[in-house]
Design a binder for this molecule. Structure first.
Ligand SMILES: Cn1cnc2c(O)nc(N)nc21
Length: 275
């Protein structure tokens, strides 16, 4: 897949490191809010094996409030500018706002990661104009209220139907087929069982024919099942990352890059063995 001047094969699973530059991110408590620590962390994750660094200025954890456009720009653009050209990894911008996509790509981001699947105003047109790969993620509701009462008749079918509808909207907006990545949106308007049904049936999402990005790292689907607080979810996070990679996920979005890269390397080795 082409990320500006960097060609990156997704035929084997890749690791995306999470860089939250938000004061209320659920797992690193905003200690990365300071620009310099964010830049150091990005370099460390790239050294640990991250092929992507996902930079986000709006926390999308359950219950999070929306962030104003200028505030989001002020958080992420300086970090992207400082990292552009300095990292071996591809810079991804985690945003739903068209203006943030534009500034971020102009500053050096080569992937748009939109948890709202380009449904915000002007987002489709902007993504088409910027002509970089875009991840379309499923979310039921909005972060503020999505976990109040998630309900599906058939979660895999409904997530797939949503993702295909967004793919169609992308085609109609002139977004190239080869620029589309899909994501079932673990934890975004899903109860525990919905998340694990989506994980178990990930091959059905992969069957839509687009690269898959998944993010389960340190999420409540791990904490609630294992009764683990957020700082004790490493084993569970590596377990679900391994399962997802084995079931066909192409990009695994995580906090713990080194540990996940080890797990993914085992999956890559097994997949490379003759049948
Ligand atoms: C920003 N963000 C948080 N969780 C995520 C997930 O599961 N997928 C994607 N694409 N982005 C996410």
């Amino acid at each position: 897949m082409q990320f500006k001047d960097k060609q990156l094969s997704l035929s084997s699973p890749r690791v995306m490191g999470i860089l939250n530059v938000t004061p209320d991110s659920f797992s690193d408590g905003g200690q990365h809010n300071a620009r310099d620590s964010a830049i150091d962390r990005a370099h460390r994750m790239a050294e640990q094996g991250a092929d992507f660094i996902d930079i986000g200025g709006e926390s999308t954890r359950p219950g999070a409030a929306d962030v104003a456009e200028q505030e989001e720009l002020d958080r992420v653009i300086p970090v992207i500018e400082a990292l552009s050209g300095q990292l071996d990894a591809v810079i991804s911008i985690d945003t739903s706002k068209a203006a943030v996509m534009k500034e971020a790509v102009n500053a050096g981001a080569a992937l748009i990661n939109d948890v709202r699947a380009l449904q915000e105003p002007d987002a489709l047109a902007m993504a088409s104009e910027l002509n970089v790969p875009v991840c379309l993620m499923h979310m039921q509701g909005q972060p503020r209220s999505m976990q109040q009462a998630p309900h599906y008749r058939d979660v895999v079918r409904e997530v797939n139907d949503f993702l295909l509808a967004r793919v169609k909207a992308c085609h109609n907006a002139g977004i190239k087929e080869q620029n589309i990545i899909l994501d079932p949106g673990f934890g975004f308007g899903k109860a525990l069982s919905h998340n694990y049904q989506l994980l178990r049936h990930l091959p059905q999402v992969a069957a839509l024919g687009y690269p898959l990005l998944v993010g389960m790292s340190r999420k409540s689907m791990i904490g609630n099942l294992l009764s683990r607080d957020v700082e004790k979810r490493l084993a569970g996070s590596v377990a679900v990352a391994t399962i997802a990679a084995h079931l066909g996920a192409n990009i695994i979005r995580v906090h713990d890059v080194e540990e996940t890269a080890d797990a993914v390397n085992i999956v890559k080795y097994i997949n490379a063995l003759e049948e």
